[in-house]
Design a protein around this ligand. Structure first.
Ligand SMILES: *[C@@H]1O[C@H](CO)[C@@H](O)[C@H](O)[C@H]1NC(C)=O
Ligand SMILES: *[C@@H]1O[C@H](CO)[C@@H](O)[C@H](O)[C@H]1NC(C)=O
Ligand SMILES: *[C@@H]1O[C@H](CO)[C@@H](O)[C@H](O)[C@H]1NC(C)=O
Length: 287
């Protein structure tokens, strides 16, 4: 009776030893593996992310280190990651394709780093992302398509960067957006800013710190956004760029040429009908 029972139970026992072993073995030094899914490597002065983690890590906390890059294959190996906190590190750029397998990621904190630009589609595959923190970086360029595909994103933080302008096209991609932070940037109040101004005006309920906190620079003077109104940008609405101007001239010329050709064609047709078709009056006269 007893051996039989052991045979039944031993696979279970061995399975649980297998489960227990890797946690101890795979947990990177200087990190604490709270359970199979949560790894805490915060405040350790790490110069880079440790090279291996338990494979089914879901929550990776690595804030307050000196990490300079996100390994381009991080999400290839750790595709179950839901939560990645890299706040307060030394990231200066995000390599292309880094987030290409991050289809489960919900929360990404890259605030307090040294990022300077966001390229088109950089988070494209992180389509479940709900919160994206990019505050307190050195961002000066955000591509029109930087937030492409982020249909679930509810919170976007771009505060305290180096942004002088931002295309409204980038923000219009965000269909679920509820909260945004834009304060603490050196926005320039020129006609490029007009569209963002109107967007902010329409979406002021989404601004976490309110419109009151946003300032823009006009001739070396900082102005609070609530001091401005549509009237301040009135002259921008009618201002055309060189391309608009060229398109209008070109379409004008094209329309004129088309008009000349069509009237010529019409005249010829009418002329032909007059000459070829027997006229009604003549018919009546013949009768
Ligand atoms: C960033 O991390 C350092 C330690 O690496 C810490 O002294 C500092 O207070 C942290 N700053 C923020 C804003 O969290
Ligand atoms: C960002 O870069 C500046 C200068 O390039 C440097 O002084 C600063 O320490 C960097 N900040 C972080 C968080 O790495
Ligand atoms: C921000 O980036 C600019 C280049 O885009 C660089 O010259 C400047 O030193 C950076 N500032 C900080 C604080 O890192």
């Amino acid at each position: 009776m007893l051996p039989c029972f052991l045979i039944l139970i031993s696979p279970l026992f061995c399975f649980s030893c297998l489960l227990m072993l890797p946690l101890g073995l795979l947990c990177p030094s200087l990190c604490v593996c709270m359970d199979y899914h949560t790894i805490d490597c915060r405040d350790q002065g790490l110069p880079s992310l440790p090279s291996s983690f338990p494979l089914d890590v879901r929550k990776l906390l690595a804030a307050n280190n000196n990490i300079q890059t996100i390994p381009a294959d991080l999400f290839l190996f750790y595709g179950d990651l839901l939560y990645l906190d890299l706040k307060n590190n030394s990231l200066t750029s995000i390599e292309e394709g880094t987030f290409s397998s991050s289809s489960r990621l919900l929360y990404l904190d890259l605030s307090y780093n040294n990022l300077t630009q966001l390229e088109a589609g950089v988070f494209k595959s992180a389509e479940k992302l709900v919160k994206l923190s990019l505050g307190n970086n050195n961002l000066s360029q955000v591509h029109d398509a930087a937030f492409e595909n982020l249909n679930s994103l509810q919170v976007l933080e771009l505060n305290d960067n180096n942004l002088q302008s931002l295309s409204v096209t980038a923000l219009k991609e965000l269909k679920s957006l509820r909260t945004i932070r834009l304060e603490g940037n050196p926005w320039i109040c020129d006609c490029d800013f007009a569209n963002l101004f109107f967007w902010i005006d329409e979406n002021s309920n989404k601004l976490q710190k309110g419109v009151e906190e946003i300032q823009c620079i006009l001739e070396d003077r900082k102005i609070f956004l609530h001091e401005l109104s549509d009237i301040s940008f009135r002259n921008c609405k009618y201002r055309m760029s060189i391309t608009d101007f060229l398109i209008i001239i070109f379409s004008g010329v094209a329309v004129s040429i088309a008009a000349i050709f069509s009237s010529f064609f019409l005249a010829t047709t009418v002329h032909c009908f007059q000459r070829c078709a027997p006229s009604k009056e003549e018919d009546e006269d013949d009768d």
